[in-house]
Design a protein around this ligand. Sequence first.
Ligand code: PSU
Ligand code: MN
Length: 314
Amino acid sequence: MKHPNFKLAPEIIRALDMSAPVVALESTVITHGLPRPLNLELARKMEKQVRDAGAIPATIALLDGKIRIGLSDQELVRLSESDSTLPTGGFAKVSHRDFAAAIVKKADGGTTVAGTMYAANMAGIKVFATGGIGGVHKESAFDISTDLRSLAEIPTIVICAGAKAILDLPATLEYLETMGVPVIGYKTDEFPAFYSRESGLDVSARLDSPTEIADFAKVHWNLGMRSGILVTNPIPETEAISKSEMEPMIAQASAEAIAQGIHGQKLTPFLLSRISELTRGKSLKANLSLLLNNARLAAEIAKEMSVRKNEWAI
Ligand code: PSU
Ligand code: MN
């Protein structure tokens, strides 16, 4: 892929040329999602997990106004040291509408799920692992993450642990249904709620192996569908936090956000950091566990996709 605003790491160029399995990884989780120094530890572990499972990791971010696909360890360190609380410095949170601004200003930025889907697809990467997707917020019915629109429009497979119960989960699933986005439950019939394995809500289909998921993607796209495919992978049981334990903390974080007038791009990072304070680190442990779990499944799906190379019309 040649484009003046993109720079792919040599390893990624080679892998894509050979149709080897590649897994895209987002960077907002590093710049805005997790506290230091856990964010760097996680970024490194995600890459290692993908490699150990037999695929090549491509962490995606904006550095000096270039869309970068595949980063060096030094560059991961740079991302992890971004201080998004500084009014002047720090990395931007880059979703679709922010790319051109970041490029013109030669800025650094962490790409959201939506931003990473866009960049991965431009580069020809079809599989992407993240923690949780954005969705419809409870605080305002008009605060709908661009992640949902991207899932409707960008043909990639996104592996996540569902969406956090900080969101309006029924509304989020209704939106995905309206936009024709398949919501696959990996070995589950229930939509997982990030920290919790349960939500009481249904997925649109259950699939039980990476092979089935790759077959599904091939059929979906060969039917002429153009949407992304959301694969939801429940958090491992040992780290899961029950819905009833999470509910009061989510309610408190949400009430504080409303009281402090926090909205827009700042709302998700605010809720995430308040919840990790309120759970005294328990939620962070859960967050790391599910991220690594998703990286592993994504690598397995990417391997199956690479066997079916170019067998879909998208
Ligand atoms: N949900 C999480 N952790 C995260 C995010 C969401 O559980 O780190 C990040 C992702 O990068 C996601 C973004 O794409 O927040 C959504 O932000 P917004 O709601 O502003 O679209
Ligand atoms: Mn939002």
